[in-house]
Design a protein around this ligand. Structure first.
Ligand SMILES: *Cc1c(COP(=O)(O)O)cnc(C)c1O
Length: 371
């Protein structure tokens, strides 16, 4: 089979998504399936839909456009603030976007008028993680302003935690979001449809039995694809953590000294050279590198250790066990490794479904549709 490749088990992804959708439904929370690590793959997004997500969300308009062409029959949400320069595309291809800047929403309103469309807006609120978000004290004024903008529908509010600063979603910050929803309803006499509490980092809170308040939506990516919550990266009970694996091929296998010879300067990526002397070691090189994966996000099989990577080479050491040229090594990935591999055109994506290999090249299907 072609190498390097990601093997994507759609049944396992379906199981993970379905399980989370069901567990959260009991708590009155819908799931927006976040597809940004899937590069707009119609197979993966269709799998999420079959599992019962109520909407699809992505941070890149290009991915949403690819899914639109595949005619996904659910609301498409842009979960990163739109670029001013992309406002027209956002209005044309998404139903809702997450916003924090009135200037952007005004532009969306203009473009929506021109296109005879209505664009839904969710306002993101800053609750401590210091990534995107309107300061809570400025939210009411912002709602007032957008209620007057033509062709803009105020859909709700949301927040995003545990991304830039690792701030945990908890009873306190979730209660603040709930109170803000209540205030908006009281002041403007309207219904706040969407109160989107966060991402995979919210699962511990959402499933803990804590009071959910007004939160009725979470946006889940990593927990569906990799089966882990994201505060401590613990496996979630009953979910698969191996839905996606990365396989690469050996191009050199030799016994070499562990210590480099000669005058030592920087490595290809400006790192310090490895200098511990472990005598002679069994070294293997795989044909994959920094261009294709975050090497620090790979988990190797037991008995094999990742020693380093340059653009196109991944260096392994194995316990005296020679891995022959042409053999393959398979890794589990964290989110960072997954993102980079999914977006590398050099890594083939192979989909597996109910024990059949669909064997479709993801980047081919995505890019062809876009051209
Ligand atoms: C990426 C992202 C998500 C999904 O996060 P996961 O940790 O993958 O669940 C949700 N919301 C926003 C705004 C995001 O950018």
């Amino acid at each position: 089979m072609i190498s390097p490749r990601l093997e994507i088990d759609l049944d396992k992804i379906h199981h993970n998504a379905r399980t989370l959708v069901e567990r959260l439904a009991v708590r009155g929370i819908s799931v927006t399936g976040v597809t940004k690590a899937a590069l707009g793959s119609s197979e993966i997004s269709a799998t999420l839909l079959r599992a019962g997500v109520s909407a699809l969300g992505d941070s890149r308009i290009e991915n949403i456009e690819a899914m639109r062409l595949a005619q996904m029959p659910v609301p498409m949400t842009l979960i990163r603030s739109p670029m001013l320069s992309q406002a027209k595309r956002v209005v044309m291809h998404t139903d809702i976007s997450f916003n924090t800047e009135i200037e952007v929403i005004r532009k969306l309103s203009c473009e929506a008028q021109k296109a005879y469309r209505t664009h839904g807006v969710v306002l993101m609120v800053e609750l401590g993680d210091l990534r995107e978000g309107i300061m809570p004290g400025d939210l009411i004024d912002c709602v007032r302003e957008i209620l007057n903008l033509p062709n803009i529908a105020f859909k709700g509010i949301g927040t995003n935690l545990a991304c830039r600063s690792g701030v945990s979603p908890d009873i306190r910050n979730m209660a603040v979001l709930s109170e803000l929803a209540d205030s908006i309803e009281e002041i403007f006499g309207l219904t706040v449809d969407i109160v989107s509490g966060g991402n995979s980092a919210n699962l511990n809170w959402a499933l803990s039995g804590a009071k959910i308040g007004r939160i009725n939506n979470l946006r889940l990516g990593e927990s569906i694809l990799l089966g882990r919550e994201t505060l401590l990266r613990q496996p979630i009970d009953g979910l698969h953590i191996d839905s996606i694996t990365l396989t690469a091929e050996v191009i050199e296998s030799k016994v070499k000294p562990s210590q480099p010879t000669g005058k030592i300067a920087q490595t290809a990526f400006g790192e310090a050279s490895p200098i511990t002397d472990r005598g002679y070691v069994t070294q293997t090189i795989l044909a994959i590198g920094q261009q294709d994966v975050d090497p620090y996000g790979l988990q190797s099989p037991s008995g094999i250790e990742i020693q380093g990577a340059s653009s196109d080479h991944l260096i392994l050491e194995s316990d005296n066990n020679v891995i022959s040229v042409g053999a393959e090594v398979t890794f589990q990935l964290n989110y960072s490794a997954l993102l980079r591999s999914m977006t590398s055109p050099f890594v083939t994506k192979v989909m597996k479904n109910s024990s059949n290999w669909i064997d479709r090249d993801l980047e081919e299907s995505t890019f062809k549709k876009l051209c």
